[in-house]
Design a protein around this ligand. Structure first.
Ligand SMILES: Nc1ncnc2c1ncn2[C@@H]1O[C@H](COP(=O)(O)OP(=O)(O)OP(=O)(O)O)[C@@H](O)[C@H]1O
Length: 143
């Protein structure tokens, strides 16, 4: 069977239109955005490299891992590039948000035990995949 050529996301900030902020990390802000040439909604994590002190190697490793992973329970980055003093990581947009967000909006009394067990099983599958490929996550959060 003929393989489709891999979709290559642009690595120029001008090809993206940033919309609202959807999250904040330690050194980064995450935006919902439009990838203009593909007319596709994406999420873009913008890391301020000046605030990352000396951990550029760690960031490079994290972004490289995010681009190479291939597992249904892990978000794979479409591409990454630098713009001025920032690093942009373009990812699929997860419209439903985090588990915490789903719980707060749909199940304010908390998930049933069977749901928690299913969720944790899927998280563990992702961790097993990462460990099998020599990576340690080191930042798994309850949410
Ligand atoms: N691809 C995405 N789609 C939708 N929302 C996202 C996406 N990526 C991140 N977010 C939102 O942005 C928030 C912050 O994302 P980030 O990746 O910085 O998380 P973090 O792991 O909490 O931060 P840090 O890496 O600094 O510890 C998330 O909690 C989530 O709400």
């Amino acid at each position: 069977m003929e393989q489709l050529p891999e979709k290559r996301y642009p690595s120029n900030p001008k090809d993206y239109k940033l919309y609202e902020e959807i999250g904040e990390g330690v050194n980064a802000t995450v935006y919902r955005a439009l990838c203009i040439p593909f007319n596709e909604i994406v999420a873009i994590k913008v890391l301020d490299l000046e605030k990352c002190n000396n951990d550029l190697d760690g960031i490079r490793r994290e972004v490289q891992t995010m681009s190479l992973i291939n597992h249904q329970n892990l978000l794979r980055a479409h591409c990454s590039f630098t713009a001025d003093q920032s690093l942009w990581v373009v990812m699929p947009y997860m419209a439903e948000g985090s588990c915490l967000h789903i719980m707060k909006t749909a199940c304010p009394d908390g998930f049933e035990e069977s749901v928690i067990a299913t969720l944790l099983r899927e998280v563990l599958k992702a961790l097993v995949y990462l460990h099998g490929h020599g990576h340690i996550h080191r930042d798994v959060k309850v949410s």
